[in-house]
Write a protein that binds this ligand. Structure first.
Ligand SMILES: Nc1ncnc2c1ncn2[C@@H]1O[C@H](COP(=O)(O)OP(=O)(O)OP(=O)(O)O)[C@@H](O)[C@H]1O
Ligand SMILES: [Mg+2]
Length: 359
């Protein structure tokens, strides 16, 4: 059992303000947990306090049921993998993978068995005698993974491990790390900036903003039911659109414009009439039309992506983006209308920006 439990973690560097402001997170045994959030929100710091590279100011960290505050990194039995691989340049791939085991004083034969087993899993047997400088980025990252695997750690901590790789290799390594997790089932905490990595690799995703957890959920749950405006706008690319909205006694307004094209009842509790709201709608749920009912909009830019196009618009002075097919007959400068079904809309409190559940 090697679940990781973080309780009320507070951490500051030096005399500065806390960069972790009370992190509560339970990562299940064998789980693949992804951490996402803007640059500087504290993702790497969470990994560093789990690994023991940094100590917390207060709060409790346990790994596999054991409290590890104050326990030195090597006794915590977790393996970190970084984006820059951190391989020793003068050692072969084999020696890089074996290094930690030698330091621990394992017998040569046992080390050899572990290195060859890891190399087999990662498909790098032919590379073992090469120096890092003679390896490609993806091969180096595999060696770095090998070094983590041979330790048979209680948990893997990944800090943006693929961000130095080109797009194609990233897709390949993404699949390999997922496969590795399915095979070894070692508890994993994986930090990334990449939306697609987060959505495809994570069994659950934790969204962090400025040292505070915003939401913990399965990928689709996060996408379909974001807990607040921040998560709504952070998850998804292009992001969810949000408009100021009000539900008056005599109808619903979006950005001040009365809506007369919705079918069905507004899915909100009556008590919200007259309150400031935010309406969220994902780009793929917006329909752009040349005429008919809808919010009047101007097209700023059409971005063809091959299989589909992103259409950037301005609605009542507010920017928005819609997604359309590859042959959408629109051009920058066109005046259009946009509309969407009411049951695709997300609603947030105008003040707290928290999600409002339907009536
Ligand atoms: N050693 C340090 N000394 C002082 N401040 C630090 C130190 N390391 C990180 N910080 C600060 O702590 C905050 C959180 O940093 P952290 O590296 O955890 O962010 P991050 O979410 O990993 O960001 P990124 O996505 O850019 O890697 C930042 O404001 C950063 O400037
Ligand atoms: Mg970081």
């Amino acid at each position: 059992m090697a679940g990781i439990v973080l309780k009320s973690l507070v951490k500051s560097y030096g005399k500065g303000k806390p960069v972790l402001k009370g992190i509560d997170l339970e990562i299940g045994d064998r789980e693949f947990m992804v951490l996402v959030g803007p640059s500087g929100c504290g993702k790497s710091t969470v990994l560093r306090v789990i690994s023991g590279l940094e100590e917390v100011d207060s709060g409790e960290i346990s790994i596999g049921g054991r409290r590890v505050n104050g326990v030195p990194p090597r006794e915590r039995d977790v393996a970190m993998v970084f984006q820059n691989y951190a391989l020793y340049p003068h050692m072969t791939a084999y020696d890089n993978i074996a290094f930690g085991l030698r330091v621990r004083g394992l017998p040569k034969k046992e080390i050899d068995g572990l290195v060859r087993e890891a190399a087999g899993i990662l498909n790098i047997e032919p590379l073992l005698e090469k120096l890092p400088k003679h390896l490609s980025g993806g091969e180096r990252q595999r060696v770095a993974l090998g070094r983590a695997i041979v330790r048979k750690p209680k948990a893997f901590l990944f800090d943006e491990p693929l961000s130095n790789l080109d797009a194609k290799l990233r897709v390949q390594m993404r699949a390999e790390i997922s496969a590795l997790h399915r095979r070894l089932r070692i508890t994993t905490v994986y930090v990334t900036h990449d939306q697609v990595e987060a959505m495809t690799m994570g069994e659950r995703i934790t969204v962090i903003r400025a040292g505070e957890i915003q939401q913990i959920a399965e990928p689709l749950g996060l996408y379909q039911r974001p807990a607040n405006r921040f998560v709504a706008e952070f998850i998804g690319s292009p992001p969810m659109n949000t408009f100021p909205a009000r539900w008056e006694a005599d109808g619903f307004l979006i950005a001040g414009i009365p809506i007369d094209w919705w079918q069905g009842a507004v899915p909100l509790p009556e008590g919200l009439r007259g309150k400031d709201l935010l309406l969220g709608i994902r780009p793929e749920h917006i329909e752009v039309g040349k005429e008919g009912k809808g919010l009047p909009a101007g097209i700023d830019l059409v971005e063809p992506m091959g299989g589909e196009s992103n259409i950037y618009l301005t609605v009542e002075g507010k920017r928005a983006v819609a997604r359309a097919g590859p042959d959408a007959p629109f051009r920058a400068g066109d005046r259009v209308v946009i509309r969407f079904p009411i049951d695709r809309a997300h609603f947030f409190d105008g003040e707290t920006e928290r999600r409002i559940e339907g009536a």
